[in-house]
Design a protein around this ligand. Structure first.
Ligand code: ZN
Length: 404
């Protein structure tokens, strides 16, 4: 079991060849363990979620084959060759599904294994008292992040940048006591749009009579939203803000409304690194809030135009410019397909059901496509980019598409 755990952890944190070697070794060495280990016994590992997403009742060779295909896809698009900085040091923490990765000189990424909702990434520029890019969705996960960053910093970071207002990027802010919190003006203004109390009520809804709420409670079981106080940014970005961290130039660039109105990306020009927040989801299906297809595609183009050697997405593994390129293609494809179904008078749910995801079907949580179809329909009807979204109905629809 220890070996399985190590190997699986390797999958979530590694890139390219290293992952393949781990998986091949796992298959060759212990196929009996892989084939014979039911998901229930893997509850303690983050794989159970992955298996649930795949609809598998056990972790078997199919799972491994799928991961290898994803890996090949990344490699085909030039992934590893574009990621020289990934070969830095790595740290993991005992009992948690996150990894600290050195991606440049004094630059780190804290990556959470993609287990669906809320498993976001963070970054650290370890200069001038430290700057953290995004905190996590709850206090326990943010404490684990701080513990990992503690391997490389002298003291907790004095600055935090929130790339946008979603709780999975800023609900751990309060643990950085006294830090300067930086974000876009709109991010700060809309900081209270989501409520930890409401999420905790959903999280505790396992006994609800409503099957949708029961499923949702199950999806949130790893999270604990108690004790969260909202600490919004007080240093506000409009179009752009530049910082000099002891010689490391950091550019905060507003690219919204794309995923949300206040999207900010963090660019380190000399290191050729971009932290994208949720402007980029990598190998997982994007969800969008306030914004338009055009602006989101343009925001991804701005990332490509910065010519980064390494991109840290808001969710999913590290990548090069193939990440934003593929997501642009996804958005264009979904918008075109949605137009066809809109013209035929289909509901968004039926359109999402009929939409053939083709090469994107392997991205995790493909049912999230409903969010994009809804956005497309809003645009086709000429509604504003920040028209209210019926989140409950969307999640209900997603779970229906998922077939639970
Ligand atoms: Zn997110």
């Amino acid at each position: 079991m220890r070996f399985v755990r190590a190997a699986i952890h390797g999958r979530t944190i590694s890139e390219g060849r290293e992952m393949r070697v781990l998986l091949e070794k796992m298959v060759l060495d212990r196929p009996d363990i892989l084939e014979a280990t039911p998901v229930a016994r893997l509850r303690e590992f983050d794989l159970a979620h992955q298996a649930a997403v795949l609809g598998a009742d056990r972790i078997g060779l199919d799972f491994v084959a799928r991961q290898m295909r994803l890996d090949e896809q990344a490699e085909f698009h030039g992934g590893p060759a574009l990621r020289p900085a990934c070969r830095g040091r790595q740290w993991s923490c005992y009992g948690c599904a996150m990894e600290l990765q050195e991606i440049g000189r004094d630059v780190y990424a804290c990556l959470q294994a993609d287990r669906g909702l809320g498993t976001s990434n963070s970054g650290l520029v370890n200069r001038a008292g430290g700057l953290v890019v995004d905190t996590f969705w709850d206090l326990p996960h943010t404490r684990q992040m701080i513990e990992l960053y503690g391997r490389v910093w002298q003291a907790p970071a004095r600055r935090v940048v929130n790339t946008h207002r979603n709780g999975d990027h800023c609900w751990g802010n309060q643990l950085f006591r006294g830090a300067e919190i930086i974000g876009h003006r709109t991010c700060a203004a809309e900081f209270g749009k989501e409520s930890p109390g409401f999420m905790q009520a959903l999280r505790d809804g396992g006994d609800s009579a409503d099957p949708m709420l029961r499923t949702f409670a199950r999806l949130l079981v790893d999270w604990d939203f108690r004790g969260i106080e909202l600490v919004p940014p007080t240093t506000l970005v409009d179009d752009r803000l530049e910082l000099d961290l002891d010689g490391v130039r950091v550019e905060l660039i507003h690219v919204g409304p794309a995923h949300t109105a206040g999207d900010v990306i963090v660019h380190l020009p000399a290191e050729r690194i971009v932290f994208t927040g949720d402007v980029l989801f990598r190998l997982c299906t994007p969800i969008g809030w306030e914004g338009t297809f055009e602006r989101w595609i343009a925001a991804l183009e701005r990332i490509v135009a910065l010519d980064p050697a390494l991109v840290v997405p808001g969710h999913g593994p590290l990548c090069g410019v193939e990440g934003p390129r593929e997501m642009q293609a996804y958005l264009r494809y979904v918008r075109a397909e949605a137009r066809r179904f809109f013209d035929q008078g289909l509901t968004t749910l039926d359109a999402s059901r009929r939409l053939d995801l083709g090469p994107y079907a392997g991205w995790t949580e493909p049912e999230r496509v409903l969010f994009q179809v809804e956005r497309a329909y809003r645009e086709f009807r000429g509604e504003p980019f920040d028209a209210p979204v019926d989140v409950t109905a969307l999640f209900r629809g997603m779970l229906e598409l998922r077939g639970r």
